[in-house]
Structure formats: C-alpha cells, structure tokens
Design a protein around this ligand. Structure first.
Ligand code: SAM
Length: 380
C-alpha cells in the first residue's frame, strides 16, 4: 500500500459508517417525523416535489426524517445500480480560461495564478495510469481555452478512442458550438459535463459577468443531448444568491431535462474572486439535495464530489450514503494540481493515483459499497 498522506483514511474512516434501513428508521421515528417520512415516500413515488416541501427538506433539523431521506435514496440507487461505485478519472488538461465567472478561481482575471496547458503526451500518460488503476472513463476537463481548437481536441479524442476502445470519454470543456460538439462526438467522445450552474436567469447573471449568456448555456446542454451525448448538468450548493426558489428551479430543470448525470457540490469561497468573502456552501444541504435528486431521478449518475470531500473529512463517504454512486479521482500530474485552483483548500493535491486509489477503496469499504472496474454507463 502507498504511504499515507493527510488525505488518506485514518482509523476512523476505515470503520463502517452506520447506515440504517428505511424500516429501522421508521420503527423509531416520532409522529412528526413519520409525517415527513410519508411525504418523502410520496416524493419518491411521484418523482416530484413542491416548493414548500423542498423548503422543509432544506430547513428541518437533522432528525430521523433526514436519515430516512438518505436511506430512501440509497434504496433507490441500489435498485438500479446495486452496490457499485463507478470511477471517472479526471484529467485537468488546461487552466487557461476565457471566462470570468464570479465564483471560480481559474477565472480570466485571476492573474495571481500560474497557468498551464498539458501536452498530448502528458494527457495520454494520465489515461495510461488511470487505466492501470481501474478507470474506464476519462474526463478531460479545463477552462474555456481556445488553444484547444476542434482540431486539437478532436485529435486527442481520436487518440484516446483508438488506444482505449473499452473506455468512455467524457469532455468538460465548457461552451462550444454545436458543430464542435458534433465533431467531437463523431470522433468518439461519449459524454459531456456542463453544469447549468443555476436554472434561474437572474441568479445566473449574479454568478456570471454580463458577457455570459444563460440562454447559450441552456442551448449548449440541449445541443449536447440532441447529438447523443450522455449529458451532465449541475450546480453548486450555497452559491451566493441561491435561494430555495432557485434550487426549486434547478430541480424542476433536472426533472424535465432528464440528464444522465448531475454534478452538485458545495460552493467553496475562493481567493482572488469577487465571491472570496462569501460563506461556503453547506455539506448538510448538499447531502439532502443529493438524496432529493436521487429520488426525483433514480437512474441518474450522481458523483460524490471532491468539493464535498474538501469541506468534510468524510464528505465523499457521506455523499455515497446520501445516494451518490460516482467518484472522480484526479489523474492530473501532482505538479499541476495547485494551478487548477477552481476553489481553495481542495483535497488530494499531493496524492498520485496509486495513493488515491487505495484511499478510495478503503473509504468506500466503510460505506458498504464496491468500486468497480466498469465504464458505468447510464442505465436508462
Ligand atoms: N470550463 C468548464 C465548464 O464551464 O463547465 C469546466 C471547468 S469548471 C471550473 C467546472 C465546475 O467547477 C463549474 O461548473 C463550477 O460549478 C465548479 N466550480 C467553479 N468554482 C467553484 C467554487 N468556487 N466552488 C465550487 N465549485 C466551483
């Protein structure tokens, strides 16, 4: 086993996390809690939620009804995907970005950040490492870096497709033209992650500079779906200006768009951004929303985000116990990690994939789930 580091599991993280079943929680719930439990059952049954009930889920004390919400979400994910946890190997291919999102550490105006762009060979070496450690999906992520033309990105996708025919290729390179998305799909990319960030237009404009367009973001998501990608949308939890009403819109958007993946994680305040002094998003709210999303859309692939792990030592385990079924270990060279500083205090900055792999196996063991060597496609 690799040398332990700060992010490696401690004795605590190795012991099993207690996760009661729905039955067990029901048996000890109070009359009030049972009322909420009934509403959670109705949410799962109808796959719909009202704004007042969302508010209640977000605001209620951490009681048996919250435990039930998570247990119900675990039942839902296990009914579709069993005890499997899918890995996505993340390669952060460039930290250059033309955008200036108010929350993001790699925003264009952050001139304190040394920028990097990985070479083809470096990226291929990351895929090789990832494959060796059981990853069957590679996620190429970056800022919106125009050096990555369709031609260059297309060449990269073709090369990965040729060398790893059994793997899924996920792109997360921001907003591009429909033609670009089509070309990359034709060359072998299968999935695209593009968080919608918020489904409320006013909120979108609060989070982004005037030159960025809510309509364009939504059109990109639509185009990706029409082309045939497995698409991931998502949002930060606790982003400045977010309210139960904006979250309600996010959930309704997810219900109607039916993405194959939803990425949510807490907002993390980041230096050298306009939101540097804002409070971080809440881990507890993120967990409740993971469960809610799982119940609204039981087949969705739901990562337990690195941001969750960055704000809580057991964040990723708790995410899995709230209904998540995907982890995204970082395959990027360790020397790049600090430069891809989308948010502060990110975990695993110093862990190579060998350490990361051991660590995640142990962590997931404590949740009773199993990391598998599979592409982990959406089961529709
Ligand atoms: N450029 C691509 C895009 O726009 O989709 C991918 C890279 S972008 C940095 C990936 C995601 O990081 C964003 O969609 C955003 O939700 C998240 N992110 C950025 N800043 C963050 C912060 N301060 N806290 C938590 N998540 C953040």
């Amino acid at each position: 086993m690799a040398e332990p580091t700060n992010n490696q599991p401690t004795a605590d993280t190795k012991s099993p996390l207690i996760a009661q079943s729905c039955e067990e929680i029901r048996a000890v719930a109070s009359a009030d809690e049972l009322q909420t439990i009934q509403q959670i059952d109705a949410l799962a049954e109808t796959q719909d939620i009202s704004l007042p009930f969302l508010r209640r889920l977000l605001e209620m004390p951490k009681d048996n009804a919250v435990k039930y919400l998570h247990a119900k979400a675990r039942e839902a994910v296990e009914a579709v995907y069993g005890d499997k946890i899918f890995l996505r190997g993340l390669v952060e291919i460039t930290s250059f970005c033309r955008n200036n999102c108010n929350y993001c550490g790699i925003r264009r105006s952050n001139n304190t950040l040394p920028r990097y762009r990985m070479t083809f060979d470096e990226i291929m070496a990351c895929c090789q490492d990832g494959y060796k450690y059981g990853m069957r999906t590679f996620v190429l992520q970056g800022g919106e870096d125009m050096w990555w033309t369709d031609e260059r990105l297309g060449d990269l996708v073709s090369q990965i497709r040729a060398e790893y025919p059994d793997c899924a290729i996920t792109l997360s390179m921001g907003e591009r033209s429909r033609e670009s998305y089509q070309r990359l799909f034709d060359l072998g990319a299968n999935r695209y992650l593009l968080r919608h960030e918020t489904a409320d237009e006013d909120h979108y404009h609060y989070l982004h500079p005037a030159e960025m367009s809510f309509q364009n973001r939504m059109q990109c998501l639509q185009a990706l779906k029409e082309i045939g990608y497995q698409v991931g949308c998502g949002f930060m939890v606790g982003s400045p200006g977010q309210t139960p009403e904006t979250i309600f819109k996010d959930l309704q958007f997810i219900r109607s768009f039916r993405p194959q993946m939803v990425g949510i994680g807490p907002f993390v305040a980041t230096q050298h951004t306009p939101f540097a002094d804002q409070p971080n998003g809440s881990v507890e709210t993120t967990l409740r929303l993971l469960s809610t999303i799982r119940l609204l859309h039981p087949h969705v692939l739901l990562p337990s985000s690195t941001a969750l792990g960055s704000l809580h030592p057991l964040g990723r385990e708790l995410g899995v116990l709230a209904g998540a079924n995907v982890l995204m270990p970082n395959l990027s060279p360790v020397e790049n990690r600090e430069k891809y500083n989308i948010y502060d205090n990110k975990i695993c900055l110093g862990d190579g994939i060998e350490q990361c792999s051991d660590c995640l196996q142990l962590r997931m063991g404590s949740t009773g789930r199993r990391i598998v060597v599979e592409r982990g496609d959406f089961v529709g």
